[in-house]
Ligand binder design. Structure first.
Ligand SMILES: Nc1nc2c(ncn2[C@@H]2O[C@H](COP(=O)(O)OP(=O)(O)OP(=O)(O)O)[C@@H](O)[C@H]2O)c(=O)[nH]1
Ligand SMILES: [Mg+2]
Length: 357
């Protein structure tokens, strides 16, 4: 094995030198970048050093004998080959990233610009078996929309039973739109569909929170109950047996406050028929949204509502969440207007928003 070092201004130039001197079969053993030249650190240039080797003697270089000490004794040949293969892979990855010859992928770029996570974008592209360099044609757009649409496994809004009643609670972090969403749904079910509806608010942290829902309940002529404890919730539920739909508002909880989350879990355990809608804002960054989903999972949410689609730059967070968790969606909201800005999720319409610009 012949080992040589090559130093150049870029990895591409160094690799060209490796190919020229050692030929196409050369193996890359190691690469490093370092700064060279300059005065007191100024004007120094980035340099790349590549350590490469070839198994057979090459005519263009003087024969060199490798000392046995250069090969670690405790390493088998297979071990060394594996190590070399790993290094070669790593280097190829670096080259693929930096090399201008590598074809860019317009579809990948498009998904990533829409804040779809890299591995999810790659998964989508793999599924539609598109060539890396393909432009974003209408056909590919349709295929991507279909992929995303298919990830919306189920859509289940609030279904009021013919006999008995439905109790739905809305949980989630602060300010995502829980109370506003409840007001929109209350208007739909009580005024439009003429069901017997009652509201309960457990958000007693702020006086204004109770006032907020009370204002809507007054306008719509729907009864509202304020509860401070789980026992009070139980009594109010017992006293409202005649209602067909009961909507429960809860105080926004920080996903990082485990005491608050535990309190919410216990509160909702009062009645195991309570359907829990986790409310997430489409404007939340994906990692934060994932954190929220994980932290609220103790409350066993049944469905997810995405709010503020009108404010979100894209639906990247929604797509990423759909690929990470398998939970039915219920509603999306797209504005502050009560009662208009809410609709049941339409998977096709939602998926199409990936290309809204
Ligand atoms: N743009 C937009 N704003 C919304 C939407 N839904 C709610 N909002 C606004 O978001 C703000 C917070 O809404 P709330 O309903 O009070 O949120 P919340 O989750 O109940 O907040 P807390 O009770 O404090 O946890 C209000 O200004 C709403 O008008 C929506 O779909 N789009
Ligand atoms: Mg609220």
């Amino acid at each position: 094995m012949k080992v040589r070092f090559f130093t150049a201004d870029s990895i591409q130039i160094a690799m060209a030198q490796v190919k020229n001197v050692l030929g196409r079969d050369a193996i890359i053993l190691h690469t490093r970048t370092f700064r060279k030249g300059g005065i007191l650190g100024f004007f120094a240039k980035d340099k790349v050093e590549v350590m490469a080797a070839i198994d057979t003697p090459v005519a263009t270089i003087a024969p060199q004998k490798i000392q046995p000490s250069q090969v670690p004794e405790d390493k088998s040949l297979v071990g060394l080959q594996l190590e070399i293969a790993t290094m070669r892979n790593l280097l190829q990855q670096v080259l693929c990233k930096d090399s201008p010859q590598v074809k860019s992928s317009p579809i990948l770029d498009l998904l990533i610009n829409n804040d779809v996570e890299l591995h999810i974008a790659e998964e989508i592209i793999k599924k539609i078996s598109v060539d890396n360099a393909s432009p974003v044609t209408p056909q590919f757009k349709e295929l991507i929309i279909k992929q995303i649409k298919d990830k919306v496994q189920r859509v289940e809004g609030i279904e009021v039973p013919v006999v008995g009643r439905k109790i739905a609670a809305f949980i989630g972090p602060t300010g995502v739109g829980k109370t506003t969403t409840i007001a929109k749904l209350a208007a739909k079910f009580a005024i439009q569909d003429r069901y017997k509806v009652a509201l309960i608010t457990a958000d007693t942290y702020r006086v204004s929170a109770v006032e907020q829902l009370k204002t809507y309940s007054d306008i719509m002529g729907i009864p509202i109950h304020v509860v401070y404890t789980a026992d009070e919730l139980k009594s109010v539920l017992d006293a409202n047996q005649d209602k067909q739909l009961i909507l429960i508002d809860t105080a926004g909880r920080s996903p990082h406050n485990s005491d608050q989350l535990e309190e919410l879990e216990n509160f909702l355990q009062v009645d195991d028929t309570i359907e829990k809608h986790l409310v997430l804002s489409a404007t939340t960054k994906y990692k934060d949204a994932l954190d929220i989903v994980e932290k609220f999972s103790g409350c066993l949410p049944d469905k997810v509502i995405f709010t503020k689609l009108d404010e979100a730059r894209n639906i990247g967070t929604i797509v990423n969440i759909l690929y990470q968790i398998h939970i039915p969606l219920s509603y999306v909201t797209n504005g502050q207007s009560v009662p208009d800005d809410i609709e049941l999720v339409d998977p096709q319409k939602l998926a199409q928003l990936i290309f809204k610009d």
